[in-house]
Ligand binder design. Structure first.
Ligand code: ATP
Ligand code: MG
Length: 281
Protein backbone atom coordinates (compact mmCIF):
# COMPACT_ATOMS: atom_id res chain seq x y z
CA UNK A 1 0.00 0.00 0.00
CA UNK A 2 1.20 3.49 -0.88
CA UNK A 3 2.07 5.55 2.25
CA UNK A 4 -0.18 8.55 2.77
CA UNK A 5 1.51 11.95 2.59
CA UNK A 6 0.92 12.56 6.32
CA UNK A 7 2.73 9.29 7.17
CA UNK A 8 5.75 10.45 5.22
CA UNK A 9 5.65 13.71 7.11
CA UNK A 10 5.49 11.87 10.43
CA UNK A 11 8.47 9.71 9.60
CA UNK A 12 10.44 12.79 8.63
CA UNK A 13 9.63 14.79 11.75
CA UNK A 14 10.21 11.81 14.04
CA UNK A 15 13.70 11.34 12.64
CA UNK A 16 14.39 14.98 13.23
CA UNK A 17 13.20 14.78 16.83
CA UNK A 18 15.28 11.67 17.38
CA UNK A 19 18.36 13.34 15.96
CA UNK A 20 18.01 16.05 18.57
CA UNK A 21 17.25 13.75 21.45
CA UNK A 22 20.44 11.81 20.70
CA UNK A 23 22.58 14.89 20.85
CA UNK A 24 24.24 14.42 24.26
CA UNK A 25 24.89 18.13 24.73
CA UNK A 26 21.24 19.05 24.12
CA UNK A 27 20.08 16.17 26.30
CA UNK A 28 22.21 17.55 29.08
CA UNK A 29 20.85 21.04 28.57
CA UNK A 30 17.29 19.77 28.62
CA UNK A 31 17.86 17.97 31.91
CA UNK A 32 19.47 21.09 33.35
CA UNK A 33 16.49 23.17 32.19
CA UNK A 34 13.91 20.70 33.50
CA UNK A 35 15.39 20.18 36.93
CA UNK A 36 16.99 22.50 39.42
CA UNK A 37 20.63 21.56 40.02
CA UNK A 38 21.95 20.66 43.47
CA UNK A 39 23.36 24.18 43.74
CA UNK A 40 19.99 25.74 42.96
CA UNK A 41 18.31 23.55 45.60
CA UNK A 42 20.95 24.58 48.11
CA UNK A 43 20.37 28.27 47.35
CA UNK A 44 16.61 27.77 47.72
CA UNK A 45 16.60 25.74 50.88
CA UNK A 46 19.60 26.43 53.06
CA UNK A 47 19.07 28.73 55.98
CA UNK A 48 20.50 32.23 55.66
CA UNK A 49 22.71 32.68 58.70
CA UNK A 50 24.45 36.02 58.09
CA UNK A 51 23.85 39.02 55.93
CA UNK A 52 25.99 41.94 54.97
CA UNK A 53 24.79 45.14 53.35
CA UNK A 54 28.14 46.01 51.81
CA UNK A 55 27.25 45.44 48.16
CA UNK A 56 25.33 48.69 47.91
CA UNK A 57 24.26 49.59 44.37
CA UNK A 58 20.87 50.44 42.92
CA UNK A 59 19.01 47.44 44.29
CA UNK A 60 20.56 47.22 47.74
CA UNK A 61 22.01 43.82 46.99
CA UNK A 62 22.84 41.94 50.19
CA UNK A 63 25.68 39.45 50.54
CA UNK A 64 24.47 36.48 52.54
CA UNK A 65 26.03 33.40 54.02
CA UNK A 66 24.23 30.07 53.97
CA UNK A 67 24.24 27.55 56.80
CA UNK A 68 27.14 25.06 56.60
CA UNK A 69 28.63 26.48 53.46
CA UNK A 70 27.96 28.71 50.48
CA UNK A 71 27.15 32.36 49.99
CA UNK A 72 24.91 34.37 47.76
CA UNK A 73 23.69 37.76 46.59
CA UNK A 74 20.15 38.46 47.73
CA UNK A 75 17.92 41.06 46.06
CA UNK A 76 14.59 41.54 47.81
CA UNK A 77 11.35 42.57 46.16
CA UNK A 78 10.68 45.13 48.92
CA UNK A 79 13.87 47.02 48.01
CA UNK A 80 13.72 46.89 44.25
CA UNK A 81 13.61 50.03 42.07
CA UNK A 82 12.25 48.31 38.99
CA UNK A 83 9.22 46.12 39.35
CA UNK A 84 9.84 42.37 39.27
CA UNK A 85 13.57 42.70 38.68
CA UNK A 86 14.14 39.73 41.01
CA UNK A 87 12.04 37.59 38.66
CA UNK A 88 14.07 38.79 35.70
CA UNK A 89 17.29 37.75 37.49
CA UNK A 90 15.90 34.23 37.52
CA UNK A 91 14.54 34.45 33.96
CA UNK A 92 18.00 35.55 32.72
CA UNK A 93 19.59 32.55 34.43
CA UNK A 94 17.08 30.26 32.75
CA UNK A 95 17.91 31.79 29.34
CA UNK A 96 21.58 31.09 30.06
CA UNK A 97 20.73 27.45 30.83
CA UNK A 98 18.69 27.26 27.62
CA UNK A 99 21.62 28.60 25.57
CA UNK A 100 24.15 26.44 27.42
CA UNK A 101 26.48 29.44 27.78
CA UNK A 102 27.37 29.15 31.47
CA UNK A 103 27.70 32.90 31.97
CA UNK A 104 25.23 33.44 34.82
CA UNK A 105 25.85 32.06 38.33
CA UNK A 106 22.96 29.85 39.55
CA UNK A 107 20.06 32.13 40.51
CA UNK A 108 16.85 31.14 42.29
CA UNK A 109 13.83 32.77 43.84
CA UNK A 110 13.33 32.33 47.56
CA UNK A 111 11.51 33.74 50.53
CA UNK A 112 13.24 35.61 53.31
CA UNK A 113 11.47 36.84 56.47
CA UNK A 114 8.14 37.67 54.89
CA UNK A 115 9.79 38.98 51.75
CA UNK A 116 10.76 37.38 48.46
CA UNK A 117 13.71 37.91 46.17
CA UNK A 118 16.41 36.44 43.96
CA UNK A 119 19.40 34.68 45.42
CA UNK A 120 22.44 34.21 43.20
CA UNK A 121 25.52 32.19 44.00
CA UNK A 122 28.34 34.49 45.12
CA UNK A 123 31.41 33.79 42.99
CA UNK A 124 34.47 34.28 45.15
CA UNK A 125 37.77 35.80 44.03
CA UNK A 126 36.53 37.49 40.89
CA UNK A 127 37.98 40.62 39.33
CA UNK A 128 35.94 43.39 37.81
CA UNK A 129 36.99 44.88 34.49
CA UNK A 130 39.02 47.82 35.78
CA UNK A 131 40.95 45.71 38.31
CA UNK A 132 41.69 43.19 35.57
CA UNK A 133 42.94 45.97 33.26
CA UNK A 134 45.20 47.30 35.99
CA UNK A 135 46.41 43.85 36.91
CA UNK A 136 47.16 42.79 33.32
CA UNK A 137 48.18 45.99 31.60
CA UNK A 138 49.16 48.42 34.35
CA UNK A 139 48.21 52.05 34.92
CA UNK A 140 46.55 54.07 32.23
CA UNK A 141 46.96 57.82 32.24
CA UNK A 142 44.63 58.82 29.43
CA UNK A 143 41.13 57.93 28.29
CA UNK A 144 42.65 56.68 25.05
CA UNK A 145 44.88 54.22 26.93
CA UNK A 146 41.91 53.02 28.95
CA UNK A 147 39.91 52.44 25.75
CA UNK A 148 42.76 50.45 24.24
CA UNK A 149 43.06 48.33 27.37
CA UNK A 150 39.33 47.56 27.20
CA UNK A 151 39.70 46.51 23.59
CA UNK A 152 42.58 44.22 24.57
CA UNK A 153 40.47 42.59 27.28
CA UNK A 154 37.68 42.22 24.72
CA UNK A 155 40.08 40.34 22.43
CA UNK A 156 41.48 38.21 25.27
CA UNK A 157 37.98 37.02 26.20
CA UNK A 158 36.48 37.22 22.73
CA UNK A 159 34.41 34.04 22.81
CA UNK A 160 32.80 34.83 26.16
CA UNK A 161 32.22 38.46 25.14
CA UNK A 162 30.45 37.41 21.96
CA UNK A 163 28.28 35.08 24.04
CA UNK A 164 27.62 37.92 26.46
CA UNK A 165 26.60 40.27 23.62
CA UNK A 166 24.20 37.67 22.23
CA UNK A 167 22.84 36.91 25.70
CA UNK A 168 22.31 40.61 26.47
CA UNK A 169 20.65 41.18 23.12
CA UNK A 170 18.22 38.31 23.81
CA UNK A 171 17.32 39.41 27.35
CA UNK A 172 17.34 43.05 26.23
CA UNK A 173 19.71 44.16 28.96
CA UNK A 174 19.67 47.87 29.69
CA UNK A 175 22.38 47.76 32.35
CA UNK A 176 25.52 45.96 31.16
CA UNK A 177 27.97 48.54 32.43
CA UNK A 178 31.62 47.82 33.29
CA UNK A 179 30.82 46.53 36.79
CA UNK A 180 28.09 44.10 35.83
CA UNK A 181 30.33 41.30 34.66
CA UNK A 182 33.20 39.65 36.48
CA UNK A 183 36.31 37.72 35.51
CA UNK A 184 37.68 34.56 37.01
CA UNK A 185 40.02 31.88 35.65
CA UNK A 186 39.57 32.79 32.00
CA UNK A 187 35.78 33.05 32.25
CA UNK A 188 33.26 35.84 32.35
CA UNK A 189 30.34 35.85 34.80
CA UNK A 190 27.30 37.92 33.91
CA UNK A 191 25.79 39.34 37.09
CA UNK A 192 23.08 41.92 37.83
CA UNK A 193 20.59 40.80 35.18
CA UNK A 194 17.47 42.45 36.61
CA UNK A 195 17.09 45.40 34.23
CA UNK A 196 16.06 43.25 31.32
CA UNK A 197 13.24 41.97 29.10
CA UNK A 198 11.65 45.44 28.75
CA UNK A 199 11.85 46.88 25.26
CA UNK A 200 11.00 50.37 26.45
CA UNK A 201 14.47 50.75 28.00
CA UNK A 202 17.38 51.17 25.67
CA UNK A 203 19.57 48.13 25.08
CA UNK A 204 22.92 48.62 26.73
CA UNK A 205 25.75 46.26 25.84
CA UNK A 206 29.30 46.17 27.06
CA UNK A 207 31.22 47.79 24.26
CA UNK A 208 34.70 49.31 24.21
CA UNK A 209 34.21 52.75 22.61
CA UNK A 210 36.81 52.08 19.93
CA UNK A 211 35.38 48.74 18.87
CA UNK A 212 33.59 50.10 15.82
CA UNK A 213 36.65 52.07 14.78
CA UNK A 214 38.87 48.99 14.89
CA UNK A 215 39.20 47.33 11.51
CA UNK A 216 38.51 43.84 12.88
CA UNK A 217 35.38 42.05 11.76
CA UNK A 218 33.93 39.93 14.50
CA UNK A 219 32.55 36.58 13.49
CA UNK A 220 31.46 33.69 15.64
CA UNK A 221 33.65 30.63 16.10
CA UNK A 222 32.30 27.62 14.15
CA UNK A 223 31.50 25.87 17.48
CA UNK A 224 29.47 28.78 18.81
CA UNK A 225 27.69 29.21 15.50
CA UNK A 226 26.81 25.52 15.39
CA UNK A 227 25.64 25.62 18.99
CA UNK A 228 23.35 28.57 18.26
CA UNK A 229 21.96 27.07 15.07
CA UNK A 230 21.17 23.92 17.02
CA UNK A 231 19.45 25.98 19.72
CA UNK A 232 17.33 27.80 17.16
CA UNK A 233 15.97 24.48 15.84
CA UNK A 234 15.46 23.05 19.32
CA UNK A 235 11.67 22.92 19.61
CA UNK A 236 11.60 20.95 22.88
CA UNK A 237 13.93 23.45 24.57
CA UNK A 238 11.96 26.43 23.30
CA UNK A 239 8.63 25.10 24.60
CA UNK A 240 10.15 24.32 27.97
CA UNK A 241 11.65 27.80 28.14
CA UNK A 242 8.24 29.30 27.35
CA UNK A 243 6.73 27.24 30.18
CA UNK A 244 9.41 28.35 32.66
CA UNK A 245 8.94 32.00 31.68
CA UNK A 246 5.21 31.96 32.53
CA UNK A 247 5.65 32.63 36.25
CA UNK A 248 8.45 35.15 35.70
CA UNK A 249 7.55 37.43 32.80
CA UNK A 250 4.51 39.02 31.18
CA UNK A 251 3.13 37.61 27.94
CA UNK A 252 4.44 40.62 26.02
CA UNK A 253 7.93 40.18 27.48
CA UNK A 254 7.84 36.49 26.54
CA UNK A 255 6.67 37.21 22.99
CA UNK A 256 9.31 39.89 22.36
CA UNK A 257 12.01 37.57 23.72
CA UNK A 258 11.02 34.91 21.17
CA UNK A 259 10.96 37.52 18.45
CA UNK A 260 14.55 38.44 19.28
CA UNK A 261 15.44 34.74 19.35
CA UNK A 262 14.12 34.48 15.79
CA UNK A 263 16.21 37.50 14.79
CA UNK A 264 19.28 35.64 15.96
CA UNK A 265 19.13 33.49 12.83
CA UNK A 266 20.21 36.39 10.62
CA UNK A 267 22.55 37.84 13.27
CA UNK A 268 24.68 34.72 13.55
CA UNK A 269 25.01 34.36 9.81
CA UNK A 270 26.09 37.93 9.27
CA UNK A 271 29.64 38.94 8.44
CA UNK A 272 30.04 41.24 11.42
CA UNK A 273 28.23 40.03 14.50
CA UNK A 274 28.55 43.28 16.43
CA UNK A 275 27.07 45.46 13.72
CA UNK A 276 24.33 42.86 13.27
CA UNK A 277 23.40 42.91 16.96
CA UNK A 278 23.43 46.67 17.01
CA UNK A 279 21.17 47.06 14.03
CA UNK A 280 18.73 44.23 14.93
CA UNK A 281 15.37 45.26 16.29
N1 ATP B 1 27.14 36.58 41.92
C1 ATP B 1 28.09 37.42 42.35
N2 ATP B 1 29.31 36.98 42.65
C2 ATP B 1 30.26 37.82 43.10
N3 ATP B 1 30.08 39.14 43.28
C3 ATP B 1 28.87 39.65 42.99
C4 ATP B 1 27.82 38.83 42.50
N4 ATP B 1 26.73 39.60 42.31
C5 ATP B 1 27.09 40.85 42.67
N5 ATP B 1 28.38 40.90 43.07
C6 ATP B 1 29.12 42.11 43.53
O1 ATP B 1 28.22 43.00 44.15
C7 ATP B 1 28.10 44.21 43.41
C8 ATP B 1 26.65 44.69 43.42
O2 ATP B 1 25.82 43.70 42.86
P1 ATP B 1 24.85 44.00 41.62
O3 ATP B 1 25.62 44.66 40.56
O4 ATP B 1 24.17 42.73 41.28
O5 ATP B 1 23.82 44.94 42.34
P2 ATP B 1 23.13 46.33 42.01
O6 ATP B 1 22.69 46.82 43.29
O7 ATP B 1 22.08 46.14 41.01
O8 ATP B 1 24.32 47.18 41.41
P3 ATP B 1 24.37 48.46 40.42
O9 ATP B 1 23.05 49.08 40.37
O10 ATP B 1 25.41 49.30 41.08
O11 ATP B 1 24.83 47.91 39.12
C9 ATP B 1 28.65 43.89 42.04
O12 ATP B 1 29.18 44.99 41.37
C10 ATP B 1 29.71 42.85 42.35
O13 ATP B 1 30.91 43.45 42.77
MG1 MG C 1 25.55 46.16 39.39
Amino acid sequence: MEPKPEDLFNIGSKTEVEAFSFDPELKNRLRHLEQDSALEVKLQQREIVRKNELLGGMNDAIAVQLKDDGSGVLKLESREKVIDSYKKERAAYIVDKFLGFGLVPPTVIREFIGDVGSLQEFIVDTLELHSLMLFKYGDCDTIEQSRNQKLKVFHDYLNDFLKLLIFDYLIHNSDRHDFNFLFKEGRIYAIDNGFTFDDKNQLRLFMPDNLFASSAKYILSPELKMNLNKTLEWGEGKSLLREKFKILLTQKQIDTFFKRLDNLRSIINSKNIITAIYTAR
